[in-house]
Design a binder for this molecule. Structure first.
Ligand code: GDP
Ligand code: IMO
Ligand code: MG
Length: 423
């Protein structure tokens, strides 16, 4: 069984929570793209884990893997392992594997990300974790691999090969190039490499052999479909491909092996950073979604922008990912809003359309066309079954399901594991 999970909107849909919940049914959980720009919150009883790199299946028995399509900051990784071990979760080499071809995020990537963002007349609002610049180096074949990091000689050679080029890049952007040749840098990275060396793995081989032996694998996406570097709302996107097909490419698994593609869909929409968000609400409804949904970024602490459910964007997500089912999260947050609005189309240049224009600047000009649904007042946080939802909440779920044309399989009504049920 090979299942892919991706966020269907702009990230923060609740992927961490759903992956934690499903991990019990999978032998392996593998992250396939992104880096510590992701922030996934997993709540189990009173414990809250906020993780950026380690796949959200870490709490159960599954083996967790970091695939070669990710970009990994070893300082963040070591800190996450330390934090988990302090909380009593052992992260042994049996538990965690990191592919040798994973690109390492170096301090100069973070520096360049900050410098570039500062110099952009129109900001993207990146997380400043060096993600874009680490991917540039991956594509340019100028990266430090995980297998370089854990081999002292190779690491020293690699960094010396890259030093002058990186210094030039930083100087050209008006930064301080000494960060590249700082005397403690090599020592620090050798030490990080030593700590992480036991986790070396061949992720594609492990996943394919597991599937051959009838074991199950869950591919965990980070970010969301509209932040995809190719199909998202350029230039306001992240630097990796976030859609389901890329799980195959990034992990090295053939598309014929995929059984299920699960969408994580928030019952409304949020976005961190800049870029169009046609249904954004700045008045009372937006404040309600923000406050009740605690919409603050896990990685940067920034306030998330909030808006009504955007069906044209959701339809595009269905096409981009080929979803077989949906986990609908944060339905509880809509309690108390009346009406609850669904954006079913946009008005653009005098025409009504029901699918987003491909051009981001056109999307920014789209004016939402709403359908009003009746709201409900009942607190949903302790609802344990679909039939126990108020009628109006069920109508909302059914309407979303019909318009997206994909069955809703799970509904989430709170951050806890128990606050989830099958439809
Ligand atoms: P991810 O990036 O997709 O993993 O999502 P985040 O973890 O960044 O953000 C989702 C937030 O919503 C987290 O704080 C979760 O604990 C919380 N959450 C997840 N599902 C629900 C839900 O159904 N209801 C409520 N109220 N909170 C939820
Ligand atoms: P999870 O996995 C929400 C956004 C940033 C910015 C853009 C580019 O928690 O859903 P980057 O640092 O990646 O170059 O920033 O992408 N972004 C996210 N927004 N959730 C995320 O991850 C995000 N990861 C990146 O805010 O707009
Ligand atoms: Mg998040």
């Amino acid at each position: 069984m090979f299942t892919i999970i991706t966020g269907a909107q702009f990230g923060d849909e609740g992927k961490g929570k759903v992956v934690d919940l499903m991990a019990g049914d999978y032998d392996i959980v593998a992250r396939f793209q992104g880096g510590d720009n992701a922030g996934h919150t997993v709540k189990v009883k009173d414990e809250v884990y906020k993780l950026h790199l380690i796949p959200s299946g870490f709490l159960l028995d599954s083996r967790v893997l970091i695939g070669p399509g990710t970009v990994l900051n070893p300082e963040v990784m070591v800190e996450e392992i330390r934090m988990l071990e302090e909380a009593g979760v052992q992260v042994s080499a049996k538990k965690l594997g990191i592919d040798g071809k994973t690109s390492i995020i170096m301090p100069y990537h973070i520096e360049l990300d900050g410098l570039r963002e500062a110099s952009r007349p129109e900001k993207i609002g990146t997380t400043k974790r060096g993600i874009g610049f680490a991917y540039i180096d991956k594509i340019a074949r100028d990266e430090v691999h995980f297998s370089d990091l854990i081999d002292e000689k190779r690491l020293m050679q690699r960094l010396s090969d890259l030093a002058s080029q990186k210094e030039e890049e930083i100087k050209a952007m008006g930064g301080d190039p000494t960060i590249v040749t700082e005397s403690s840098l090599v020592e620090r990275y050798i030490s990080l490499g030593r700590k992480l060396a036991p986790y070396l793995a061949d992720v594609s081989y492990e996943i394919n052999t597991a599937l051959d032996e009838g074991r199950s694998v869950l591919a965990e996406g980070a970010q969301g479909s509209h932040l995809d570097v190719i199909h998202g709302t350029q230039k306001f996107v992240t630097s990796s491909s976030t859609i389901a097909g890329s799980a195959c490419a990034y992990l090295g698994v053939g598309p014929t092996r995929v059984n299920e593609v699960l969408a994580i869909v928030k019952s409304y929409i949020t976005r961190v950073g800049a870029g169009p968000l046609p249904t954004e609400q700045e008045g009372d409804a937006g404040q309600h979604l923000h406050d009740v949904g605690h919409e603050f970024g896990t990685t940067t602490g920034r306030s998330r922008r909030c808006g009504w459910f955007d069906m044209p964007l959701a339809k595009k997500s269905v096409y981009l990912n080929g979803y077989t089912s949906i986990a609908l999260t944060k339905l509880d947050v809509l309690t108390g809003l009346d009406p609850v609005k669904i954006c079913v189309g946009y008005e653009l240049d005098g025409k009504v359309i029901d699918y987003p224009p491909e051009d981001t600047s056109k999307l920014a000009r789209c004016v939402p066309v709403y359908e009003d649904m009746d709201g409900w007042d009942t607190d949903l946080s302790s609802v344990v079954g679909y039939e126990d939802l108020p009628q109006k909440a069920r109508e909302y779920v059914k309407r979303l399901e019909n318009l997206m044309g994909v069955p809703v399989k799970y509904i989430s009504v709170g951050p806890g594991r128990e606050q989830t049920f099958m439809k």
